[in-house]
Design a protein around this ligand. Structure first.
Ligand code: NAD
Length: 433
């Protein structure tokens, strides 16, 4: 179903400019087609699963601080609802496109199925650079976008969460806007919200923690020593920073981190507590004196045990993958490796822990938060973390066993597992009408 929104009034682009991100959908579909062939999916079922179920584009005006009205474009896409309500983050970035949101929604469906939680996949996005707006303007943009997409939202239908460029404050505004329309508080409408309005302990850290639970388990299963393993992380936002800090706390050696401006390298290991403090005070890793300044491209080429892309899509490509010298790539970001990059990493014998497994910790704890919000009963952080660890370890072995039994790589194993579970749910429910 495509729901058409009213058109923009003063020239806001309906489609994002063409950018690298446009190929995220090509990546998602290439991965899907490979898994669908292995699963021998019926042609009609495959066509259904490779298409998003609902897509909404909205164009909306917001008054800026200087009194001028600016128009924005946003999307909310539901990929599949066979296994439950849809779940997926909302991204604020200057070049978000509908294709990018479609790919991310599809990956959410497979991800929820891989970790076996009862959700389908969704994703949202607004073409906006959050760094160019003050809090007042971001609140206006968020509240109006929420209102525009509210036909698709509900606590038992579609539950957003943070993604690139959005955070707990954004979720608070979404929850408040939705609640104002209902006349009462609806905390289960979003996850990743602040603790003081019903958020979950451990949600902020969940994705990064989940990445490291998975990496540590993969090391164990390969018989590799985790203690002192060298780790390099691209991206120092929610996922990257918590991944790096958790890696350090678990006993690995973080030798490099980066953000959009570039990276830091210290072969003896970066002092993570000091870097965390620096980042808290300055909002960037730039200027920190505990390492040498390198480019993101140089970070990819470092000799390391684990390389963790945790920034955005399409980072390990036919251009960059040949330079990778890690033993393992663990995908903290969604879609950081293109199909060409993937083939190169596989040829080099590098183990790739795929995004739909590796970064699923965020949606797992979002699921815990949703359950707590619905029940109004809150769990301790230790409980959250041990449940998360159990699910990540179980899911890693589910994927590894599937990959080993079919003699395929972990990404294809994860896709076969996730897509297979969705296809099965869909067959069990039958076709309406
Ligand atoms: P964020 O906005 O908090 O951080 C993004 C980070 O990436 C920032 O440090 C930014 O400087 C850096 N960055 C942006 N462009 C870059 C570039 N070209 N080169 C190097 N660094 C760059 O976003 P986030 O929530 O940490 O999300 C990062 C990735 O993880 C995305 O792919 C997102 O979809 C995925 N993800 C996020 C969550 C979550 O819970 N937040 C869960 C699963 C997956």
């Amino acid at each position: 179903m495509t729901i058409k929104a009213k058109s923009a009034t003063n020239g806001a682009p309906v489609h994002a400019p063409k950018s690298q991100a446009d190929s995220a959908l090509v990546t998602a579909l290439t991965q899907f087609d490979r898994a669908a062939r292995i699963l021998e999916l019926d042609e009609g079922d495959a066509a259904t699963l490779r298409t998003c179920q609902r897509e909404l584009t909205v164009n909306f005006p917001v008054k800026m601080r200087d009194g001028k009205v600016r128009n924005f474009t946003g999307f909310r896409v539901h990929h599949n609802t066979s296994r439950g309500p849809t779940k997926g983050g909302i991204r604020y970035a200057p070049h978000v496109s509908l294709d990018e949101v479609r790919a991310l929604a599809m990956w959410m469906t497979w991800k929820c199925a891989v970790v076996n939680i009862p959700y389908g996949g969704a994703k949202g996005g607004v073409l906006v650079d959050p760094k160019q707006h003050n809090l007042h303007e971001l609140e206006g943009i968020t509240r109006r976008y929420t209102t525009e997409i509210s036909v698709l939202l509900s606590p038992d239908g579609d539950i957003p969460a943070p993604d690139m460029g959005t955070n707990a404050q954004t979720m608070a505004w979404i929850m408040d806007t939705y609640s104002m329309h209902r006349g009462h508080s609806v905390p289960a409408i979003v996850t990743g919200k602040p603790l003081n309005i019903g958020g979950s302990a451990g949600r902020h850290e969940a994705t990064g923690r989940g990445v490291m639970f998975t990496v540590r388990e993969a090391f164990r299963s390969m018989g590799w020593t985790f203690e002192g393993a060298r780790v390099a992380v691209q991206g120092f936002g929610n996922v990257g920073s918590i991944t790096a800090i958790t890696a350090h706390e678990m006993g690995a050696k973080v030798i490099a981190v980066s953000d959009i401006d570039g990276g830091l390298h210290n072969s003896r290991g970066i002092n993570m507590p000091r870097l965390r403090q620096w980042h808290k005070e300055h909002g960037t890793i730039k200027g920190f004196d505990g390492g040498d300044w390198i480019t993101n491209a140089e970070l990819f080429g470092l000799k390391t045990d684990v390389l963790i892309p945790a920034a955005m899509e399409n980072q390990l490509t036919s251009q960059t993958a040949p330079t990778v010298r890690a033993r393992m790539v663990a995908e903290g970001a969604n879609g950081p490796t293109t199909p060409e990059g993937d083939a190169i990493l596989n040829d080099k014998g590098i183990i790739v822990i795929p995004d739909i497994l590796c970064n699923a910790g965020g949606v797992v704890v979002s699921y815990f938060e949703w359950v707590q919000s619905l029940q109004q009963l809150f769990w301790e952080e230790d409980d959250i973390n041990s449940r998360l660890e159990k699910i990540m370890i179980r899911s890693y072995h589910d994927v590894k066993d599937r990959a080993d039994s079919l003699k395929i790589d972990l990404r294809t194993g994860a896709q076969v597992l996730g897509i297979g579970r969705v296809a099965e749910a869909s067959r069990t429910r039958g076709l309406y009408p």
